[in-house]
Ligand binder design. Structure first.
Ligand code: NAP
Length: 286
């Protein structure tokens, strides 16, 4: 993508390791160009444990901000001068704005997820949710679902202790459960929304679900969301769609978390739906 650079152009980037596969530069530069903003968005590999060194370098180099992905989201938290409500709640930062040398840490993942659900006509309020996984994405999604009034969130995870820890945030509505087929079947039977927040099904190193038969227990109207967007349709999503469930992948969440991040960076209010259409078009043209 061609980006016009001036001496005044403000620098943004995504940091992580690995990060060279990231779609964030394409997504952000597409929006920046369409909006005529004087920013450029780069890709910056930063190794695990080097977040503090990066922060010094970013301030020195005059970066206006950056997004963070694996493995930095947790390490950044104690280094921020201020955290927004979601970053403080999740104890995880995916967006950092640098203003007058001060660091403002935000987290836009949960909002991005909820907006993507809304696009698919799914309101989590009052729904019984079955959530698979207890990693960083699961935490943002689960806590946002609770905030949005989900009736219950059952968290099934391979490592039981992590599910139990996550559920301590809202013990009245959250419950930890196992990841075995019997448990998944039982919990699917009463779920109105299933969200896969594990890496199972992800292209590359994600691994695969050994058994997806628990999907058959879902009530017909239950919606199914997979946070994975590569591939565009995981086996879980394919089976759910074939069984007639409303099904959505993680692309909407990816785009919306970026839209909300750009709002923080540039201090502008964006029409999120228009931005999604624009970015999806750019991704198709890849
Ligand atoms: P993470 O912190 O590493 O968590 C991975 C989760 O997957 C953990 O709950 C882990 O269980 C589980 N898992 C991994 N391998 C498993 C296996 N073989 N069997 C059962 N469970 C397994 O990763 P994350 O950052 O939360 O990301 C999770 C997924 O969400 C990834 O696919 C990522 O691409 C996607 N994501 C999408 C977006 C988006 O914008 N759409 C944003 C963030 C993440 P244990 O706790 O037992 O290890």
């Amino acid at each position: 993508m061609q980006v016009e650079l001036k001496n005044t152009t403000k620098k943004l980037c995504v940091i992580g390791d690995p990060v060279l596969h990231s779609k964030s530069p394409l997504i952000q530069n597409t929006m920046i160009r369409a909006l005529g903003l004087d920013y450029v968005y780069l890709c910056q590999p930063v190794k695990a444990g080097r977040a503090a060194a990066w922060l010094d370098a970013a301030r020195e180099a005059g970066y206006a901000g950056f997004n963070a992905t694996m493995p930095h989201k947790l390490d950044l938290v104690p280094r921020m001068d201020e955290l927004d409500q979601d970053a403080a709640l999740y104890q995880s930062v995916n967006t950092v704005c640098i203003r007058n040398g001060k660091l403002y840490g935000c987290n836009t993942d949960g909002r991005g997820f909820i907006r993507a659900l809304a696009d698919a006509g799914v309101d989590p309020a009052g729904r019984r949710v079955l959530l698979l996984g207890s990693g960083g994405a699961a935490k943002a999604v689960a806590l946002k679902l609770v905030q949005q009034g989900a009736a219950s969130v059952t968290v099934c995870n391979r490592t039981a202790a992590k599910a139990e820890e996550l559920c301590q945030y809202a013990p009245a509505v959250m419950k930890a459960a196992g990841f075995d087929q019997a448990t998944l079947r039982r919990e699917a039977d009463r779920a109105e929304l299933l969200v896969n927040c594990t890496s199972l099904g992800m292209a590359g190193t994600g691994g695969q679900f050994e058994d997806l038969s628990f999907l058959k227990e879902l009530p017909p109207a239950a919606a199914v969301c997979d946070l994975i967007y590569h591939p565009a349709e995981t086996e879980l999503l394919c089976r759910a769609r074939e069984a007639g469930h409303p099904a959505l992948n993680g692309l909407g969440m990816l785009i919306y978390q970026a839209v909300y991040a750009l709002e923080h960076f540039a201090d502008v209010a964006l029409d999120a739906g228009t931005m999604r259409t624009l970015v999806e078009q750019a991704l198709k043209e890849l």
